[in-house]
Design a protein. Structure first.
Length: 413
């Protein structure tokens, strides 16, 4: 994807932690509230990159900067400490609009010449929230960190405001991957009903994509479906590594129209895990996300799914009666998954459950609220006309070995 040269007036804003001491815990999400400098007129962010403190390259797993969607004079309470496992406290609820997302291995993101992320101007609230996921498996003490994200800003406005949208699976322990799996797939849906209400008639253009899982992910891709017809994929990584999560500029912007659906598929390997891997925030939990960068910016911030809660509860009751597992309605989803005595059959049944059950949708606006409508028990996206399989043009390793043995021998004269 071609990028425009940097304007002459570009300057930088660093949103970094103020030399905080990282807790001696395996997983910490640290939140820090700060403010952008005052800007009387609207500007555009046209590039951003991770700023990782030297020596902490293996400590900082991923980061996000959220803009607090409030009127100009509203104040956000100071916060500098560990985040919460689920949700945000009321005083930080407005800080949900993602304007920068970085993960381990990502290079700088340079915006296309058509777009920039808006900052400043009339009635612009300056408060932002930095979230840093620290992975400290050895539980080291005395680690002081000042990592964050650097934004490149210009007064020379682009044609479109850019935004970031989250696709995939909801951050929840309603999902799980059985142990000892060579391959287990989970799919997060952005359904047609959500894009119908959340996108403008002319649609949006995706220009970059960042795929994200934790440690057991090894392949991730996002399908694009229009009225049951599968279009070319938005992004795919068949050799995904959780230690190299690049922000990938797409060769050409991808047009997403109202009524289109996006299906983010994550393939996992859990052969070395004796217990189920549960969805969640810890590095030993799992996620399935695609952060798409697009223009023009719209109010649709999150388009993600999870399995319908009532259906999942019925599954746990079934496993209790049929398999005599110690699952119970009074337990949480995590405890119930860990109460199942997993076998090949049980892993197969869980896969059938996920691929046939209705969805609970997060079709969320920038302020965190859902768009109007009923988002429970939504049907899965139907793929009526899939793309044909990709033809391989490279011979397999075995074919390369056998070729000289099977070819006619040249005579020696």
């Amino acid at each position: 994807m071609p990028t425009a040269p940097m304007p002459d007036d570009v300057w930088t804003i660093d949103v970094v932690n103020p030399h905080i001491e990282v807790p001696a815990e395996e997983t910490t999400y640290w939140w820090y509230v700060t403010r952008f400098p005052p800007l009387k007129h609207k500007h555009h962010i046209i590039k951003y990159e991770g700023v990782i403190q030297k020596g902490h390259e293996g400590l900082v797993h991923h980061m996000e900067v959220f803009h607090c969607e409030l009127s100009k004079d509203e104040i956000v309470q100071d916060y500098n400490g560990p985040g919460f496992a689920e949700g945000k406290p009321p005083e930080l609820e407005a800080c949900r609009n993602v304007i920068g997302a970085w993960a381990m291995g990502a290079k700088p993101l340079v915006f296309p010449e058509e777009a920039g992320s808006p900052i400043g101007g009339t009635n612009y609230n300056r408060y932002v929230l930095l979230e840093v996921h620290y992975n400290n498996p050895d539980k080291k003490t005395g680690l002081v960190d000042a990592s964050g994200i650097r934004f490149y800003v210009t007064s020379q406005l682009r044609k479109n405001d850019a935004g970031i949208m989250e696709l995939g699976l909801e951050y929840t322990n309603k999902m799980a991957i059985p142990p000892r799996q060579e391959l287990f797939s989970l799919t997060g849906y952005c359904i047609a009903d959500c894009t119908k209400i959340g996108l403008p008639p002319e649609g949006i253009y995706i220009f970059a994509s960042q795929l994200h899982t934790h440690l057991t992910g090894w392949r991730v891709y996002t399908k694009h479906v229009r009225e049951g017809v599968e279009l070319p994929e938005v992004n795919r990584d068949d050799h995904y590594s959780p230690h190299f999560q690049e922000i990938r500029g797409l060769p050409q912007p991808v047009l997403i129209l109202p009524g289109d659906a996006l299906m983010t598929v994550c393939d996992y390997k859990t052969m070395d895990r004796p217990n189920a891997t549960i969805g969640g925030f810890a590095i030993t939990d799992e996620m399935c996300v695609n952060y798409i960068h697009y223009y023009p910016r719209v109010n649709l911030e999150v388009c993600k799914s999870s399995i319908d809660t009532v259906t999942l509860d019925s599954y746990f009751r079934f496993m209790n009666k049929w398999n005599d597992d110690n699952t119970s309605p009074v337990k949480g989803d995590r405890a119930n998954y860990n109460s199942i005595r997993w076998s090949r059959l049980h892993a197969y049944l869980l896969n059938v459950l996920y691929t046939t059950s209705p969805l609970s949708m997060q079709c969320n606006q920038s302020d965190g609220s859902r768009f109007p409508g009923d988002w429970e028990k939504k049907p899965l996206t139907k793929l009526l006309f899939p793309l044909p399989p990709i033809e391989r043009h490279c011979p397999s390793t075995m074919e390369q070995i056998l070729a000289p043995l099977l070819s006619p021998q040249k005579s020696r004269i």
